[in-house]
Design a protein around this ligand. Structure first.
Ligand code: ADP
Length: 333
């Protein structure tokens, strides 16, 4: 185990989920923005709380562990940790067992640089950052799949459902496919160098609204088109075939319905593609929009189009030009 009372620093990346045709299943991590966290552990005495959360940003997120996604994710991890330690059939080695402490407490400092509700995985960064940090402190006894399971409790708190499309890329890095949630099956996909341009218009799209307007039925012809695009996108990523990636970045089911919640969506997408973007769409449930490009020059030209359009509409916004983050959550002692 990591020495008690010593702080570690954690960098938890933003993530883009609902990767166009890959609604709920495909996502990727980006190098900017990211949250900063610090964590340390100590033995827990008697009935003192097992988690203390200290917010060092201005978002006023709850510090009650049951109401902060980092806390919800950590509570699931602690429960399984203590179960393992108290159980003779623990999955980890005798050496680890001898060093372990039966009741544990974590202190977590969170500095949010990813605005909550922006659609680029702010909640996932806190949940994933907390469990990856805790696992490091405990001597890496849990697998990445375990960590995704724990962190999904944070997503359940934020959105009402356990989903892993932001958590998986945040923990694994790169592009990930969530083939199944129950049982959990995550596949890390290779990808060629891709530049990512993100625009976050400063409007609020409630995740609940974005979900409630979705149609519950799809036409078979649309489903077939979507399957073709998902398979094409995965094949394009694996073969580093930029043209195939571009052709497959098309969503005929979700985007036509959801995009009405985002001002100027169609015009923005058209302008970005004319500037050379391979394609893109709504990030998460919005309001952020992302575009993928083959070169940095194109990604910067795409950013210019985004700014021009929203400046013209008088809509305040933030933009990022970044790349796919291959490392996922990172720890610096
Ligand atoms: P995003 O896609 O940016 O994560 P969500 O709407 O999915 O946005 O999640 C943000 C929600 O989760 C907000 O209601 C926020 O108050 C709540 N929340 C609780 N704890 C945290 C946290 N540590 N980080 C971010 N959001 C949190």
């Amino acid at each position: 185990m990591f020495p008690q009372n010593q702080w570690i620093k954690i960098k938890a990346p933003a993530t883009v989920a609902n990767m166009v045709c890959g609604f709920d299943i495909l996502g990727f991590a980006v190098n900017n923005p990211y949250d900063e966290m610090e964590m340390r552990w100590m033995p827990r005495v008697n009935n003192e709380p097992s988690i203390t959360i200290i917010n060092i940003d201005d978002y006023n997120l709850p510090t009650d562990p049951e109401k902060n996604v980092a806390g919800a994710a950590l509570l699931a991890l602690i429960e399984e940790y203590e179960e393992r330690i108290n159980n003779n059939n623990t999955a980890h080695s005798l050496e680890t067992k001898q060093q372990s402490v039966s009741a544990i407490k974590f202190e977590v400092k969170i500095n949010k640089l990813i605005k909550p509700g922006s659609g680029v995985g702010s909640s996932a960064a806190s949940s994933a950052g907390a469990v990856v940090g805790a696992n490091h402190l405990l001597g890496n006894i849990f697998s990445k799949d375990d960590l995704v399971r724990f962190a999904m409790n944070g997503e359940k708190l934020a959105s009402g459902v356990k989903h892993a499309d932001n958590i998986a890329p945040c923990i694994f890095g790169g592009v990930t496919l969530v083939r199944s949630i129950f049982p959990l099956e995550i596949i890390a996909l290779p990808s060629p160098q891709l530049y990512v341009t993100i625009v976050h218009p400063q409007i609020e799209v409630r995740t609940a609204d974005a979900r409630s307007i979705l149609r519950q039925q799809v036409l078979l012809k649309d489903a077939i088109k979507q399957w073709g695009n998902i398979a094409g996108l995965v094949a394009g990523l694996m073969k580093s075939d930029y043209e195939l990636i571009g052709r497959s970045l098309e969503d005929v089911i979700i985007e036509p319905v959801r995009s009405i919640l985002i001002p100027g969506f169609d015009a923005l997408k058209l302008a970005c593609k004319q500037a050379g973007a391979l394609g893109g769409g709504i990030s998460g449930s919005g309001p952020s929009i992302f575009m993928l490009s083959k070169t940095k020059e194109i990604a910067v030209a795409v950013e210019k189009e985004m700014k021009q359009l929203y400046d013209g509409m008088g809509l305040p916004h933030h933009t990022y030009v970044t790349t796919i983050n291959q490392a996922g959550v990172e720890i610096a002692a």
